[in-house]
Design a protein around this ligand. Structure first.
Ligand code: HEM
Length: 86
């Protein structure tokens, strides 16, 4: 499912809502942008992705994964981890 799908509760309407997204998925799709496999936003997303090093991709992927979904807003990563919900 595309993250800007109109039916998705995570939509921002323009660009994808990434909070709580799996790091492995973010890493994968950023590499796809870098390699030119995704073409639907060549002027913005491809340009941004090509500027990122492997280390920077790992950092943003880890950041978004731990940042949680809107449903979990206000609750800390530690709390979620203690409940086994991440
Ligand atoms: C470091 C900065 C950024 C990161 C880490 C990032 C990350 C991502 C990721 C992971 C996706 C794939 C989402 C998916 O497949 O569900 C994506 C798609 C996209 N991003 Fe970014 N992005 C960044 C900056 C930007 C900027 C500056 C813009 C626009 C000004 C932008 C616009 C978009 C658009 C339009 C898509 C395509 C949405 C779709 O195909 O459904 N991004 N981005």
């Amino acid at each position: 499912m595309r993250s800007d799908d109109a039916k998705s509760p995570r939509t921002t309407g323009v660009s994808p809502y990434l909070a709580g997204q799996y790091a492995t998925y973010i890493t994968f799709t950023l590499r796809e942008w870098q390699r030119g496999y995704r073409k639907n936003n060549p002027d913005q997303m491809a340009v941004v992705a090509k500027k990122l090093s492997a280390q920077e991709i790992a950092a943003v992927a880890a950041y978004y994964q731990q940042s949680g979904s809107p449903r979990e807003a206000g609750r800390g990563a530690t709390e979620r981890a203690n409940e086994g919900v991440s």
